[in-house]
Design a protein around this ligand. Sequence first.
Ligand code: AMP
Ligand code: MG
Length: 549
Amino acid sequence: MSISDAKAALPSRFSFDDRFVREMPGDPADYNLPRQVHGALYSRVSPTPVSAPKLLAYSPEVAADLGLTGDELRSDDVVSVLAGNRIFDGMKPYSACYGGHQFGHWAGQLGDGRAITLGEMVTPGGATLEVQLKGAGPTPYSRRADGRAVLRSSVREFLCSEAMHHLGVPTTRALALVLTGDEVLRDMLYDGNAEMEPGAIVTRISPSFVRFGSFELPASRNEHALVKKLADHVIAAHYSHLPNAAAPTRDTYRAFLVEVAERTARMVAAWMRVGFVHGVMNTDNMSILGLTIDYGPYGWLEGFDPAWTPNTTDASGRRYRFGAQPRIAAWNVASLVDAFSSLLDDGAADAVMDAYAEAWSVAELDMYARKLGIRDLRLEGEGENKSPDYHLLEGLFEVFKCAEIDMTLFYRGLANVPTDSSLPRAEHEARSLAAVRDAFYAPSLLETSVGDSVYTWLSAWAVRAKEAYPSDAERIATMNAANPKYVLRNWLCQNAIDAAAKGNPAEVELLLEVMRRPYEERPGLERFAEKRPEWARHRVGCSMLSCSS
Ligand code: AMP
Ligand code: MG
């Protein structure tokens, strides 16, 4: 069966727009074989049908945003569309053409090698959202790969998109996870041991999947008119609040890049707040809307370690380690600015980079103010002149170095450290250390000099926190809204993948449910807020991940 024989009808309250396809230049060739595509921003391509689609999980919130009921989503018609076996009337599927800097080096044309946008869905609420399948078969950008995705990486993308949303981190969303019924060959560790794995498709949703690399590729080919076309489209469709958005001037492009830089800084600050490490911050994986995009070998800090990267491909250089993310995002913004050089006045590039730096400082200060429960936190000064709060924050990083400490549990526990200065010292010390004890991989260390160092810091923090928030209840509420109880711990995701691979999607659904309210105490769900068990310390998929997906 070819896909064109199999159009399905969606209830009439839905419709699809094809604004990107209509307004942007497309690839005139229509054969689906790998090639270099010049002078175009996409190639029309249809998904390749799969043998036995099965809906494994879906996000009720995203379905509701699209105006789909659960029954509609589970229907054979919709599932066959989500598997790439049919399309709805009005869809004009395509894969986008883009390039990117990978690990700091220009990589040329990349493009959607396994992502196919089905169409832009106009929701009953009036929003226009791109509906994209990831893993739906080869495209002109598949290079030597198969255009498919395996179950493990699809579960990870599905769950993390939704977890990030509920954690308040800007992100693309995931509607559904479908098993294809076909197997895919992968050499997970690139060590010559390839195995067949179950194939899957994630349906991703975003107002746009345009990336920094979408501009960089035409710029690298001196196709500056194409850069302008794409910029004008993105500004009109997604940055319409900017001055002269309908007919951009040089000032509009500058204001646009300033806002992209600011959104990117705020996105990375949100990552740092929850301990998320993207793992592949290549410029082709940076959204022009400032959303987290392309969930691959990402990971979550368990033991606090700014040098940690989950990505095995990044293990030697650690370019994308946790602590480097704000700086790498700035590097990526600079690459985007380069791509806009033909549209900018002198001085605009510096203004954009300054805007990034300023937005990052503001977002970083806000993040620590909320995480530490110190609303008037002041982090200014350098060298000898650092503010007392700056020293307090540095002291926290020293605490994190003195033992293996789970970042999430430590901040969550911090809220419960007593700030009452009238408590007898011994009682204050015992209650303070008890509040953060769970965060320590070796809690008995707290009975040694490590306990003394930790308590010294906690008591200094308690004085400052009390000064900032006379009301404990208000401070605790602020801190608990910034410090999640539940994050998508690497080993939790792996457990859900193991169960799904055996045909049981219940763990995926349960984890999705846990991550739906990550800042609340959830009686009965405590096992999802535990620090990493020993078995997960060196297990592939938990402590390290490859790009193979
Ligand atoms: P990533 O770093 O995972 O975002 O991927 C980098 C590039 O490789 C993108 O152009 C992807 O579309 C492409 N790619 C990754 N996996 C596959 C695959 N299985 N088939 C085709 N293209 C792929
Ligand atoms: Mg990518």
